[in-house]
Design a protein around this ligand. Sequence first.
Ligand SMILES: *Cc1c(COP(=O)(O)O)cnc(C)c1O
Length: 477
Amino acid sequence: MMNDFPLEPDRAAMAEMGDLVLGRVIDHVESLPDRPAGNLVDPRLTADLVESFLSPPPEAAGDLKALLDRLDRAVDCALETSAPGYLAYIPGSGLYSSALAEFYARGINKYPSLAFAAPALVALEEGVLRWIARDVCGLPDGSTGLLTTGGSMATFSAVVAARHDRLGEDLADGTVYVTAYAHHSVAKAARLAGIGAHRIRTVPCIDDLRMDVTAAATMIGADRAAGLRPFLLVGSAGTTDTGTVDPLPAMADLAAREDLWFHIDAAYGGFFRLTERGRRRLAGTERADSITLDPHKTLFLPFGTGTLVVRDPAKLYAAHEGTGNYFQEVVSAGGLPNYAHMGPELSHEVRGLRAWIPLHLHGVSAFREALDEKLDLAERVHDALASIPALEVPWRPDLSTVAFRVRPSDDSAAALEAADQATRELLARINDDPRTLLSSTVTHGRQTIRVCVLGHHTHADRIDELVDLIAARAEQV
Ligand SMILES: *Cc1c(COP(=O)(O)O)cnc(C)c1O
């Protein structure tokens, strides 16, 4: 039987297949403004669709157009994370140029995990990393890092490097210091790195949700006195909850004084350092031993790209290096890094290209301007919501996340509980509008709605629409 889709298509077939896929993607991107932001249909209605995708592949060839038709339906029942009205969690907006870069990278399929195998492509990846480490984060010459699949993997390698450097082989007594607003990936990374949950200390926060550095110092002292080995202090450069930036300079001082590894989780906030305001608010980042950033958030890349940068790459190598007899022909290549020895992955795709093409094509200024716009929009949300009497907007945003809740009638436990319930109802009513999606968190024990402005498709028109919607819904509280 003749197969219309052989493993080795001819040129005409490749072009036709490419056109089909590209056309769908362009249609999708163009339709984003009109697509529902919270496209999560009732699971009962999608059960058949979900079931259909669980079935195994057929023996015989299929048809690309029919498969794309099926895929369109799956795409229609998913959160529209790139839509301009998607302001929930941390939006991931998916630059088109990066998607094309990704297609190119997969198409040429080179091996950048060991420098000798593709030196110039490794240099390309390294150029992106050095720019992030030195120009964005302010780390010294010689610093670099690793492109990962996301922030969680970056933090994992940071914790492994810190553990290896400060504890050696004996992990049992090592302790880690975070706040309650640190991303859960930090505790997860520590656990994966062999640090027990009982060795992770939650340092209290002051009122504005920042780490109480004096309390951290006391806890470190108490742990040392008890014979434990404090080794890692983690600051947030933009918490996921509220975008709050910890007091990084004071934390850097503390880490230096106590000889702790200082890691900064800047998965959300890091790239705001491209802006003047961001650089001011994220001062102290340059004093970290290691930093997590997520290009798939704040550089607008499609999901799947995180970054770890470190002050001293030798410490990353020391913790991750490994080799085998099958690598006899591997040679070093002009001072270029072997990424396979800097993290848990051996093979990876040409990961740098999806950042390199957008950065070189649009120019850094395009990103700086877009991020400045997000900071402006968050201020705009803050000021507009602060003028609505029914709402409480406790903090001016450090970055691009605004937190608000229904104002309680007084401070009594009953009033706070009623306000929490009203906040939940308000969120549900806002999210009834398909053009927008917000999410929630808990701050100081109180239900809190959050607006995270981060998509590169999100502009003032959509923000004004959101503010009007919130004002109208808040009146019904
Ligand atoms: C998103 C996020 C993470 C986790 O990153 P992933 O890329 O989702 O693995 C860690 N820390 C913060 C502050 C985040 O916002």
